[in-house]
Design a protein around this ligand. Structure first.
Ligand code: BEZ
Length: 388
């Protein structure tokens, strides 16, 4: 080979390497879906995955120009397994972004791992106040709510309806404690008083003794935080004990979202507060609901919306960095500046990366959580302890 031929061959090889490298950077984007695929929150995990994938499919299977590859982990809503599970995604599977989860205790372990490793985390449900409070970080985002948000709104609504004394009942873990705390704040600021807080361990559904205690105490209202399978059982037990005839049962919308088929008559007339409702009737929501029903032969619920919006947020960030998620500052800044065109209504992301959003008052009518009014407009979580 002449020196000239050798130089040409080297140049060709170099070009091929550059092309390969460029291709690698624009190769598939690995999304780790860490969700409950078993246990009391199974249906919630499924709806989030459906919603996320629907948005990706609407974009032709690509976000920021990159095809999406999924790695799924069943977190079982078990905080004891959470650190190992999230580290599998970060260290073994080398995912580019993690989407998860439902359970607040699991999400806190995920936030810690994401903060330490710098991996982008989008939380599509878990409301743990700490995730966008003391644990907030430039690479952690939430497409859902903080536990404080719908709970605070319900406290205001209950007090304004003239209720004076309330008993709260919940699973004893971060989400339940914070939900009760938010309700208490809204209720007591407006003249009500929480006279007793009742708890059951997560995910137990033995409510009988506590329902007997409620019946004897005769409060003006009960506020409950349960979701998924536990919400179905609690609402049915409350009605079976005849309490729904005498003491109104309030809650954040998780008490009746995605559960009405199973709750049937027991849930009729219940008032709840949430950042989504049936019957919004906007073109955006109608289009989403039609597409979801067509894809999955199911009606969407709040969890599906939160999954869908997690994909929308990821798409916004990735578009700004042309698929290069290592450009963390530009990725975050695009999401921070965006108005997310959600089926729930447009929302923005606060400095602590939590949605600033309308909280609806809803009433159960048949199989729907019908929108009654906006309970609190543009409600931002106080983000206590977040230093960003
Ligand atoms: C939570 O653990 O944060 C949670 C679980 C289900 C519904 C809402 C919140």
């Amino acid at each position: 080979m002449t020196p000239r031929h050798a130089r040409t061959a080297l140049a060709t090889l170099a070009l091929a390497c550059v092309a390969t490298l460029g291709h690698a950077q624009q190769g598939k984007l690995k999304v780790g879906l860490m969700l409950p695929f078993s246990g009391t929150y199974t249906a919630l995990g499924a709806a989030i995955e459906n919603g996320f994938k629907l948005r990706v499919e609407e974009q032709g299977g690509k976000l920021g120009g990159r095809e999406i590859e999924y790695v799924r982990v069943d977190d079982e809503s078990d905080p004891a397994k959470a650190t190992d599970n999230v580290n599998k995604l970060i260290k073994r599977d080398n995912v580019d972004v993690i989407v998860g989860t439902v359970h607040s205790g699991v999400a806190m372990a995920m936030a810690k791992a994401a903060k330490e490793s710098g991996t982008v985390l989008i939380v599509p449900n878990a409301g743990a106040d700490a995730v966008t409070g003391p644990m907030c970080a430039p690479n952690i985002f939430r497409s859902s709510f903080s536990n404080w948000q719908p709970a605070y709104a319900m406290g205001e609504v209950a007090a304004k309806q003239g209720k004076k004394k309330a008993i709260t009942i919940t699973w004893k873990y971060a989400a339940g404690d914070e939900s009760v705390g938010g309700f208490r704040e809204g209720f007591e600021k407006n003249g009500g008083q929480v006279v007793k807080q009742l708890n059951v361990p997560f995910p137990n559904v033995e409510f009988q003794a506590l329902l007997t205690e409620i019946a004897a105490a005769k409060p003006d209202a009960v506020y409950a935080f349960f979701a998924g399978g536990g919400a179905v059982k609690f609402v049915k037990d409350y009605a079976a004990a005849g309490l729904n005839k005498t003491i109104p049962l309030y809650g954040p919308g998780f008490l009746t979202d995605g559960t009405l088929d199973a709750q049937g008559d027991a849930a009729q007339g219940m008032l709840t507060t949430l950042h989504y409702a049936d019957g919004l009737g906007t073109p955006r929501d109608n289009a989403f609901r039609t597409a979801y029903a067509k894809a999955y032969k199911l009606q969407p619920d709040v969890y599906a919306v939160q999954g869908y919006d997690a994909a929308q947020m990821l798409a916004i960030g990735l578009a700004a960095v042309k698929g290069d998620i290592s450009k963390k500052a530009e990725f975050a800044s695009a999401i921070e500046k965006a108005k997310i065109d959600s089926p729930r209504g447009p929302f923005s992301i606060s400095k602590s990366h939590n949605p600033v959003q309308d909280i609806y008052l809803r009433k159960v009518e048949g199989k729907e959580n019908k929108m009654v009014s906006i309970a609190v407009k543009n409600l931002a979580d106080p983000a206590r302890g977040c230093k960003l």
